[in-house]
Design a protein around this ligand. Structure first.
Ligand SMILES: [Zn+2]
Ligand SMILES: [Zn+2]
Length: 425
């Protein structure tokens, strides 16, 4: 049995810019994900990319775990640089990638930045993306397993002869309102695992939802508005389902890319836990676009908008107008990565809006609606997969180290490589 080479082009002891290359004993090269990460270099906000991959024309195939920006955001550049092989993913992942890649071009044009790819590169990579739950290219077999993270998310197993590698992608072992949990992961010799919350346990989901409901109800009863910063992909729809259950007397507004993503989800309802509930929830939602935003900005209500980490998008308009008023409430409904405005706001209480640093008058609260497995669920996953080797990634250095300790307790060899590191296993 020859060795498998694994190179972390991204997501090594960091959250973001996921990209892993696996080289099998016969030389087959497989790429897993190719995403981006917000970063701050000397006060300038940029998107950090995975390391450059050479000889892309020699890649056997790529497989993409799900449609979040940190897993698909760089795909168009791969096509530009010569990738010419099938890119396997679910239909939702493909459509989400299409939305995100075109949106990134629009953002670059608005900021007068030179994009690293153009529309024809996007079209090219989309033409390579195809769905087949399992298959084979050369001597490498692959298969998808539902990962429970967001609709259409998968864990990916790769096999050649007796060697096997399972990449969990982002995975969640707890049901959410939107998607069923990850129930089954197959046995594999090498497990590359999502360590985002490897060093902590999640608060009880019901308690988080109750806190959310009481905060929203109190704010509305006090004459204020609620702004909810949510990722377009999955968190937005999860929040809409929760708000629908509350039967609020004031309107719920949906602004930003969450609108398009909701339509993508409903078009592929087989990936949803309860598509009818989402359809029902939408009946009472006002969908806002840039054309009618100004009218709604001054009204009272609940406003669900992107971006989830306050890195731009319509949420910034709502914060600019509604942020100073202490009657209002801003909920951050997702993970706030290092170097994002959301993390900065939580640390300092200040935020840059329109180039100015302002202290918000409204109440700000971060709620943990996580879609990642916590330490206990990671332990269970390792026990289910029974690997010989565990590689912790997609987590802070502390979180990845915690998963390494946990895996060693369970008798595995374990590593937490940095981005740029290669392992021969
Ligand atoms: Zn994700
Ligand atoms: Zn991720």
């Amino acid at each position: 049995m020859g060795n498998i080479g694994i190179t972390m082009h991204g997501a090594g002891s960091e959250v973001g810019r996921s990209c892993i290359e696996a080289v099998f004993p016969d030389g087959s090269r497989i790429l897993l994900d190719y995403g981006l990460k917000p970063a701050n270099i000397g006060g300038t906000k940029i998107m950090a990319w995975p390391e450059k991959i050479t000889r892309l024309e020699k890649i056997s195939f790529a497989a993409i775990s799900h449609g979040h920006l940190d897993h698909v955001g760089g795909l168009a550049e791969l096509a530009k640089d010569g990738l010419n092989c099938p890119v396997f993913c679910t239909p939702i992942t493909k459509e989400a990638a299409e939305l995100l890649l075109y949106d990134s071009l629009k953002i670059a044009a608005k900021k007068k930045q030179e994009p690293r790819y153009n529309e024809s590169d996007i079209e090219r990579v989309l033409s390579l993306m195809r769905y087949k739950e399992k298959g084979r290219r050369g001597n490498v077999h692959y298969q998808f397993f539902p990962a429970g993270h967001i609709p259409g998310s998968v864990s990916i197993i790769l096999k050649q002869g007796r060697r096997s590698l399972l990449y969990t992608g982002d995975f969640n072992s707890m049901d959410t309102r939107l998607v069923k949990k990850c129930e089954r992961l197959p046995h594999a010799e090498i497990l590359i695992i999502d360590a985002t919350y490897g060093d902590r346990s999640h608060p009880d989901r019901t308690a988080v939802e109750e806190r959310f409901k009481s905060l929203v109800a109190e704010t509305i009863a006090g004459g204020g508005s609620v702004m909810i910063a949510a990722f377009a992909l999955a968190r937005t729809q999860e929040i809409l389902l929760l708000l629908a259950e509350m039967g609020l007397s004031c309107p719920v507004h949906l602004d930003g890319m969450g609108n398009n993503v909701t339509d993508v989800f409903l078009a592929h309802s087989e990936y949803l836990r309860d598509p009818e509930a989402l359809r029902q929830a939408l009946y009472s939602v006002r969908r806002i676009s840039q054309w009618d935003r100004q009218i709604h900005l001054i009204s009272q209500g609940v406003f669900v908008a992107t971006s989830g980490m306050l890195e731009g998008g319509p949420i910034m308009e709502y914060i600019r107008v509604k942020g100073p008023d202490p009657k209002n409430l801003l909920i951050l409904a997702g993970y706030q990565a290092e170097d994002t405005r959301g993390r900065d706001l939580l640390k300092t209480g200040n935020i840059s809006v329109g180039g100015e640093r302002v202290r918000l008058g409204c109440h700000v609260e971060k709620l943990s609606f996580s879609a990642h497995s916590d330490a206990a669920a990671i332990r269970q996953a390792i026990q289910m997969v029974k690997p010989r080797i565990v590689i912790a990634q997609h987590g802070s250095p502390q979180a990845c180290q915690a998963v390494v300790c946990l895996a060693r307790e369970l008798g595995c060899e374990a590593y937490a490589p940095m981005t740029g590191d290669s392992l021969s296993l």
